[in-house]
Design a protein around this ligand. Structure first.
Ligand code: PAF
Length: 273
């Protein structure tokens, strides 16, 4: 595995690659969720590139940029074991210009749900993902469904800017007890971790209600909110794959999303129906 820090150097190296390139962008502190993306990229491409970069522009002032887990040594070992070909670990100063051209998330879909609670977050996400895709120029880029709105907006950017990459949507990976894997789970103490399970429990309950024929969104949301009462809920929302709010569940076209704080840790999760 080659570890490359400079964007131009990586671009040069990848120019010589023959065959397909699979790319997995990450912020590091790799867990089974990331590893499932990397495995999929490995299975489906000739060359696999992973990036690790804790992107400052997607954190709002007062968020956890400084304390976000950084585990580069362990991550390098995991990438080697997963047979990654190139690990890209840029520095902030190499990848960002002091006065650069900016990308803005769309005014509507970039500022609802996550974008409402973290205004500007998706501007930063799209800025860095656009750069990374231009540097790596992958055939396929892999993103998890856990960040459903991020995934939606990245696909929208790729469409709006006529970018030549296939975005691959990857399933959420969960702990045995149902907690969605996240680098932020390390912030939870034992008691909080138990409480956090209410999030996946509420989503499972929603899926069960739908299986029983309950299609009214308000009915489902109120059952979920009841389960989530002990948490500090930011939103429970039911949207279609285009992130428009729904009144009635549309099978194979619905996403149910939750964002809640457990102690000081903000968690998101969702289920695709
Ligand atoms: O999902 C993430 O880890 C980040 O938002 C991403 C896509 C790597 C951009 O920094």
């Amino acid at each position: 595995m080659r570890i490359v820090q400079h964007p131009i150097e990586l671009k040069k190296e990848l120019k010589n690659v023959k065959g397909s390139i699979g790319f997995v962008p990450t912020m590091g502190a790799l867990h089974e969720g990331h590893l499932s993306l990397i495995k999929k990229a490995r299975d489906e491409n000739d060359v696999v590139v992973v990036s690790i970069f804790v992107n400052p522009t997607q954190f709002l002032p007062g968020e956890d940029f400084n304390k976000y887990p950084r585990k580069l040594e362990a991550d390098i070992k995991l990438c080697e074991l997963a047979k990654v070909d190139f690990l890209f670990t840029p520095n902030i100063d190499d990848i960002y210009d002091k006065d650069e051209v900016l990308i803005k998330a769309p005014n509507i879909k970039g500022y609802i749900l996550e974008g409402f609670n973290r205004p500007g977050h998706f501007d930063g996400v799209l800025q860095i993902v656009n750069k990374l895709l231009n540097i790596v120029n992958p055939t396929n880029a892999y993103f998890g469904k856990k960040d459903a709105q991020q995934l939606y907006l990245i696909k929208k950017m790729v469409n709006n800017f006529y970018m030549d990459v296939n975005i691959v949507e990857c399933d959420i990976i969960r702990e045995k007890d149902g907690l969605a894997m996240s680098s932020r789970n390390v912030y939870l103490n034992d008691e909080e971790r138990q409480k956090a399970l209410l999030i996946s429990k509420s989503l499972k309950r929603a899926a069960k209600l739908i299986m029983q024929g309950v299609m009214n969104v308000q009915d489902i949301k109120s059952e979920m909110l009841n389960i989530l009462k002990p948490l500090d809920v930011e939103y429970v929302e039911i949207v279609n794959r285009n992130f428009d709010k729904l009144d009635k569940i549309e099978i194979d076209y619905t996403i149910i999303l939750v964002a809640a704080k457990v102690g000081t840790t903000r968690l998101i999760d969702n289920i695709w129906i």
